[in-house]
Design a protein around this ligand. Structure first.
Ligand SMILES: [Zn+2]
Length: 318
């Protein structure tokens, strides 16, 4: 089991992605596999000219990074790929400070890389819903959902002041194994926020199990079934098999990841942080495939504006 939790070795990474040409070829092949067409005429036959791609029909040229989170980057592709490797080769996430040190780039550059790759992961996870039946006809996993506050100052009581409300959900398979997880920032723990989370993240046929928080009753709408188990004011027990063991394990892992690497995350960037955490968690059984998987996520990602990336004040979270 332990061997499965290890990603690609540094030596293997260097062999496959050590040069700019190898990274270009990998990104181009992934974009072509996803169906890259000429933005002007839709033709799918292309030629390569340096770091740019040309259309064989109308001669329109575009960058291999166009239209993705990597659009307009001036960094070598080899730096992007090293960032992908550094961010995914262990189960632990990595801080922008540590990423910058490993890549030999400045903190702002490392932060920019990490933010964009987190965003690509988050967009990929947004296309997955929890609690759908297995493809091979097996039973659908139960979805455990819980409300959790991230951050805020300690020793200020248990109120929500300064904290970021998050809904977390995790699939519990019949065997007790954890399946996919999903986590999103919500404005508050209201019925409408719960409903919006469910519409985006949980299958219409799913069975959802929560604690007694009233807003979770909205999970029983739209064809889903909902079971509430009152847990009182205390956190439920953490033994395997206890109610909410799976979602609480996911939340505990998130808390550990935040404490290990991030002194602060602004609420504006918390969704991308959570999306990246879920992306990594959901691929923990295929860690040697992380770089190709992230490459695929990038090819289907959308361009980020500078405004959406930079306009945020960091606050304490952890
Ligand atoms: Zn064309």
């Amino acid at each position: 089991m332990r061997a499965l939790m290890k990603g690609m070795t540094d030596a293997e990474f260097e062999r496959q992605y050590g040069t700019e040409a190898q990274c270009f070829a990998a990104l181009l092949a992934t974009r072509q596999a996803a169906g890259m067409a000429c933005p002007a005429c839709g033709n799918t036959r292309i030629y390569v000219s340096g770091r740019r791609i040309g259309c064989t029909l109308c001669n329109r040229r575009w960058s291999v990074t166009a239209g993705t989170v990597m659009a307009s980057t001036k960094l070598p592709l080899a730096i992007w790929f090293r960032a992908m490797h550094a961010m995914t080769c262990t189960k632990q996430s990595i801080s922008a400070v540590e990423l910058g040190r490993r890549l030999g780039v400045s903190y702002p550059t490392a932060w920019y890389l990490e933010k964009r790759l987190h965003h690509a992961m988050t967009e990929r996870e947004a296309r997955y819903v929890l609690g759908a039946p297995d493809g091979d006809g097996g039973a659908a996993p139960v979805v455990e959902a819980d409300d959790v506050y991230l951050g805020g100052e300690r020793n200020q009581g248990s109120g929500p002041a300064g904290k970021t409300p998050v809904i977390a959900a995790a699939e519990r398979h019949k065997s007790g194994r954890m399946g996919h997880v999903a986590m999103k920032v919500v404005g508050s723990f209201s019925s409408s926020a719960v409903k919006a989370f469910a519409d985006q993240c949980i299958a219409k046929t799913a069975h959802v199990h929560t604690d007694g928080l009233r807003a979770f009753n909205a999970l029983g709408e739209a064809g889903r079934s909902h079971q509430a188990t009152a847990t009182g004011s205390k956190r439920p027990p953490r033994e395997r098999g206890a109610p909410f063991f799976i979602v609480n394990t996911a939340i505990a892992n998130l808390s550990t990841a935040i404490k290990a690497t991030h002194k602060s995350i602004s609420p504006k960037h918390a969704d991308d942080y959570l999306g990246a955490f879920c992306w990594t968690t959901n691929r923990r059984r295929a860690m040697t495939d992380m770089v190709p998987a992230l490459c695929r996520a990038i090819t289907t990602s959308s361009q980020l504006t500078r405004r959406s990336v930079y306009a945020a004040e960091p606050v304490s979270l952890g």
